[in-house]
Design a protein around this ligand. Structure first.
Ligand code: FES
Length: 198
């Protein structure tokens, strides 16, 4: 009975996660796995860390992991996306390009808002009113931004974030997306713990 409940819950979240990624507009991203959940449902409910194996996550792909009831976006960024994150054309459009607000652990207060450059781990929760932003990684004109540089867009009130979760100027969201504590051990990403050394 409890096993059924767990499986149903996981399936529901996986479907929701697929929906978030699917809303990206056919960019070929996928949810390759969510099979390596470690904590029990009860442990998760009280905020235990969760671990996932990200070895099959391709550049440009994003998965969604649940932690403390929130969707956590885990994105392996492409070299092109990383290069854009330091370009002045983008930085000039951001409200807090240097991550001066405490929306991340110290080790993620950098241009990439991550421990390493490639992997982005952020809460998929808009800092305006908490909706889940869409993942729109492609540099193509959008209805809401003719000069879109790739990132996350929250359609309910129009907040936009770059591929480091940094908020654009002039949108309702007041701050960058939150980076939760996390660390990588080989190919296993743990969310909810810093893993000691920052
Ligand atoms: S909740 Fe995202 S813009 Fe309002």
């Amino acid at each position: 009975m409890s096993q059924d409940g767990v499986n149903t819950g996981r399936r529901r979240f996986l479907m929701a996660a697929t929906g978030v990624v699917g809303a990206a507009g056919g960019v070929g991203v996928a949810v390759p796995f969510l099979s390596s959940w470690q904590p029990s449902e009860r442990a998760k409910a009280i905020g235990a860390p969760v671990s996932v194996d990200i070895s099959s996550l391709e550049p440009g792909q994003m998965i969604v992991v649940e932690w403390r009831g929130k969707p956590i976006f885990v994105l392996r960024r492409t070299p092109e996306a990383l290069e854009r994150l330091t370009q002045q054309t983008l930085l000039a459009r951001l409200a807090d390009p240097d991550s001066s607000q405490p929306q991340q652990p110290d080790y993620a207060a950098n241009a990439f808002r991550s421990r390493g450059e490639e992997l982005l781990v952020i809460e998929g929760v808009c800092t305006h009113l908490g909706c889940a932003p869409q993942y729109l990684p492609q540099v193509v004109p959008q209805a809401f931004d003719a000069n879109w540089l790739g990132g996350f867009f929250c359609p309910c009130h129009g907040s936009a974030f770059d591929l480091a979760g940094r908020v654009y100027r002039g949108v309702p969201a007041p701050s960058n997306l939150v980076v939760p504590p996390h660390f990588l051990d080989g190919t296993v990403l743990t969310i909810g713990e810093d893993g000691g050394a920052a």
